[in-house]
Ligand binder design. Structure first.
Ligand code: AMP
Ligand code: MG
Length: 351
């Protein structure tokens, strides 16, 4: 691919007269790749009806060709137009959670290229909550295939600068809408089979889905031989620096002790350490500290990828990060951290 100078387009309003948005929409219609903000992470968009543009996404990301993409729509009609049939649970879920961080996998019709779905007979669709994303899709006039705007296997970008660090010179433009409010990827729910099942945990939790549907929602197991979702079998979200994930202890004092011991152990071996953790752990003596503020699940989601990226650029021997108890939104956070981790350190018994 010939290197291009990626345009950095700053959007301040969703009115197309503002210019930048119109430039991005016209480029998408012309088959170019444009990264854009959503409330979850930045996506790398292409017109789904332009097969070459869709293929160019795989090249720019270095994405395995058998990993399908999420199609982003501006309204429910655009989603329904891609479906071979509308699953029973679709209307209430779209009504409740759209626009927002829930992706629905539905049977697809013949209008969707194989390149988008990696040959599957289903398509994943989502109406993003971010106003700039919806305005861009509406102005482009076509749904956009848009995986996260990172090189395959790396942490997702949550601001325009991170997109440029990943894909600068490989895509036409990034539309800058500031940092992402949520910070981790959408929940992916399969509606194409008899029982709804979560393929990727996210901000919308199993409990929320069950309470809206009034029925049990399954969670697909990661199975690398026969994955329910192709994305499950690939390494994900990982910084180049080895990440040591320290599982939380039952008591906060135990977690602090374990973290301190891990950092001390590494430093005694002459290794440099970056620590990604709640502000209260800022005194543990790492070479550099990236604060996850109060360290709630919401703060983890919002800041985690940014912190991993920032510490990764420093060339330390290790990044240490304490985990969270796995429930609700923290389940989605830990799903990413476990996949990104080089080593998972168990809590000390009795702490
Ligand atoms: P990303 O590329 O980061 O946006 O992630 C998209 C996720 O959705 C990946 O894990 C894909 O495997 C998954 N996905 C996309 N389309 C489908 C589909 N039709 N069936 C199952 N999983 C899908
Ligand atoms: Mg991704």
């Amino acid at each position: 691919m010939a290197p291009v100078d990626t345009l950095h387009l700053r959007v301040t309003s969703t009115r197309t007269r503002d210019g930048q948005l119109a430039v991005a929409a016209a480029a998408l219609r012309a088959g170019k790749l444009v990264a854009f903000p959503t409330e979850t992470v930045y996506g790398l968009g292409a017109n789904i009806y332009d097969e070459d543009a869709v293929r160019a996404i795989f090249t720019a990301k270095g994405r395995p060709p058998d990993n399908p993409m999420i199609v982003h729509v501006a309204d429910v009609d655009q989603a329904v137009n891609l479906a071979q049939r509308v699953p029973r649970h679709f209307p209430i879920l779209a009504d409740t959670f759209w626009p927002g961080p829930l992706t629905l996998v539905v049977p697809r019709n013949a209008s969707v290229f194989d390149a988008v779905t990696a040959g599957l007979d289903t398509v994943a669709v989502r109406m993003p909550g971010h106003k700039i994303a919806r305005a861009l899709i509406a102005e482009a006039g076509v749904p956009l295939a848009a995986p996260s705007a990172n090189r395959s296997g790396r942490p997702s970008p949550t601001c325009a600068e991170d997109v440029l660090a990943e894909l600068g010179g490989r895509i036409f433009a990034v539309l800058d809408g500031g940092p992402c409010a949520v910070g981790i990827e959408s929940t992916v729910l399969d509606l194409s089979r008899r029982a709804p099942s979560i393929l990727r945990p996210g901000v919308v939790t199993r409990e929320q889905l069950e309470s809206v549907l009034g029925t049990r929602v399954g969670v697909a197991r990661s199975n690398t031989l026969h994955p329910a979702s192709p994305g499950m079998k690939y390494a994900h979200y990982a910084p180049a620096t080895p990440l040591l994930l320290v599982l939380p202890s039952a008591r906060a004092a135990g977690t602090r002790k374990q973290l301190a011991a891990t950092i001390r152990g590494l430093r005694e071996q002459g290794r440099t350490v970056g620590l990604l953790a709640a502000a209260k752990y800022g005194d543990l003596g790492a070479d550099e500290f990236f604060s996850l503020d109060t360290g709630t699940d919401v703060e983890y989601a919002r800041l985690m990828y940014r912190g991993l990226r920032a510490l990764d650029t420093r060339g330390f021997d290790a990044i240490v990060c304490p985990g969270l108890p796995e429930e609700g939104l923290a389940l989605a956070v830990m799903n990413r951290l476990r996949k990104a981790a080089h080593t998972v350190i168990k809590a000390h018994p009795g702490t």
